[in-house]
Write a protein that binds this ligand. Structure first.
Ligand code: FAD
Length: 334
C-alpha cells in the first residue's frame, strides 16, 4: 500500500509496476567483476526470474561482454559515464533507483561490500522501501535470512515491500562463473544528471594496499594472528607461514589496534567476514566478535598457550603451546 502513494512523491520518473525480475548491481574493477559481486549474482539466481546486470563507469563496455556470458544474466545495461568511477553513492543511488523504477524490477541485489552498503540504503530510501542487509539465504521471493547479534542469531525476514533492496553476504554464496557460448542482450542505461548528484561529494584519492598474497576476503586459506604476537616484527613469523601455504593474512582487532598490521586485515564483527577452507588462529583468544567473522570457515586450527581459550571450543584442531616455538617449527616442516 505504501508504493502507489510514493509514486506521487517520486514524480518525473516513468515507472512500471514491479514484475518478478531482478536487477544485479555489478561492482567491477577496470571491467572485472569483484568476487563478492559475483556471489550476489548467485544469490539473485536463487529466484527463478530474469536478471538484468547493471554495469557503469569506465570499463563498463569491456565488462559487458563477460557479464553477458554469465549463465543467470539475461540482459546487461551499460552506462559508460566517467562519473560512476570510484563508486560514489550520491551518483550511483539515483541511477539504480531510476533504472529500478523505469524497468519495474521487483528485486535489486548487490554485494554487502563497502560499495553495496553505501549505495543500497540510499536506493531503498529513494524508493521508500526497507533495506534488507547482509542476507545469507534466499528462502522465497519475499523471505530471506540474515545474521544478527554478531551472527549469534539467524533471523528470517519476510518483506511486504513491492521492491526488495538486498545486500548479500558473499561468504554465503559461491561466485557465479561464466558459461561458454551464451550471449545476453545489451542495452544502454538511463541518462541521469550526474553533475547535480556529484556536487555533494567528490572523490579525492585512494590508497590500495598492494600484496602478493591472496586477498583476505576471497583467500582459500587464512592465517590470522592476535595480540600474542606482540609486535609488527613478530607478525613476520605468520607471513612466512602464509607464504608456505599460499594463504591470506588476517588479524584480530587487538593486533590491529596495537598497530601490528593494517586494519584492512581485521577479521570479525567490525572487520571482514571470511569463510575459507582453512583458518588458522594464532595467539587469538576467540572473543565472540572475532568468531563472528570466521566461524563459518570449513576447518579451523587454533594455536594458543592457554588450553582454556574459547577459540578451542570451535576449533577442529587445537595446538596448546607457545606460538613462538610452534609457528617456526610448523613453517619448517611445511
Ligand atoms: P586477546 O583476547 O588478548 O588474546 C590473546 C590470546 O593469545 C590469549 O588467548 C592468550 O592465551 C594467547 N597467547 C598469549 N601469548 C601466547 C603465546 N606465546 N603463544 C600462544 N598463545 C599465546 N575483535 C576482533 O578480532 N574482530 C572484530 O571485528 C572485533 N570487533 C569488535 C566489536 C566490538 C563492538 C567490540 C566491543 C569488540 C570487538 N573486538 C573485535 C574485540 C574482541 O572483543 C577482543 O578484544 C579481540 O578479539 C581480542 O583479540 P586477541 O584474541 O588477539 O587478544
Amino acid at each position: 500500500p505504501r508504493f502507489p502513494r510514493n509514486l506521487g512523491t517520486f514524480r518525473g520518473l516513468a515507472s512500471a509496476a514491479p514484475s518478478p525480475s531482478s536487477l544485479w548491481v555489478c561492482e567491477h574493477i577496470k571491467g572485472a567483476p569483484s568476487s563478492s559481486s559475483l556471489s550476489a549474482l548467485t544469490a539473485a539466481s536463487r529466484l527463478s526470474q530474469p536478471i538484468t546486470a547493471l554495469v557503469a563507469g569506465p570499463g563498463a563496455s569491456e565488462a559487458a561482454a563477460s557479464l553477458a556470458s554469465l549463465e543467470p544474466v539475461s540482459k546487461v545495461v551499460v552506462v559508460g559515464d566517467e562519473a560512476y568511477n570510484h563508486g560514489l553513492p550520491e551518483v550511483w543511488a539515483p541511477l539504480v533507483a531510476q533504472l529500478t523504477k523505469d524497468q519495474g524490477f521487483s528485486h535489486v541485489f548487490a554485494a554487502h561490500s563497502a560499495f553495496g552498503r553505501n549505495v543500497m540504503p540510499r536506493v531503498a530510501a529513494t524508493l521508500d522501501v526497507s533495506q534488507l542487509s547482509d542476507i545469507t539465504s534466499v528462502e522465497s521471493e519475499d523471505t530471506f535470512t540474515r545474521p544478527i547479534y554478531a551472527g549469534n542469531i539467524i533471523s528470517t525476514v519476510q518483506s511486504s515491500d513491492p521492491i526488495k533492496i538486498l545486500t548479500v553476504r558473499s561468504t554465503a554464496f559461491p561466485s557465479a562463473v561464466p558459461s561458454g557460448g551464451k550471449e545476453a542482450e545489451k542495452a544502454d542505461g538511463p541518462q541521469i544528471d550526474t553533475a547535480k548528484s556529484s556536487a555533494l561529494s567528490k572523490w579525492l584519492s585512494e590508497e590500495i594496499a598492494k600484496s602478493d598474497r591472496p586477498e583476505l576476503g576471497s583467500a582459500k586459506r587464512v592465517i590470522s594472528g592476535g595480540r600474542a604476537l606482540g609486535s609488527k616484527d613478530n607478525f613476520k613469523l605468520l607471513e612466512q607461514l602464509a607464504d608456505k601455504l599460499g594463504a591470506g593474512l588476517g588479524a584480530s582487532r587487538a593486533a590491529v589496534d596495537a598497530g601490528y598490521v593494517d586494519n584492512a586485515l581485521q577479521v570479525g564483527q567490525t572487520g571482514k567476514i571470511v569463510a575459507p577452507e582453512l583458518y588458522v588462529a594464532i595467539g587469538i583468544s576467540g572473543a565472540i566478535q572475532h568468531l563472528a567473522g570466521m566461524k563459518d570457515s570449513k576447518v579451523i586450527v587454533a594455536i594458543n598457550k592457554d588450553a582454556e581459550a574459547p577459540i578451542f571450543a570451535i576449533a577442529d584442531y587445537g595446538l596448546v603451546g607457545d606460538l613462538f616455538k610452534i609457528v617456526p617449527e610448523l613453517a619448517e616442516k611445511l
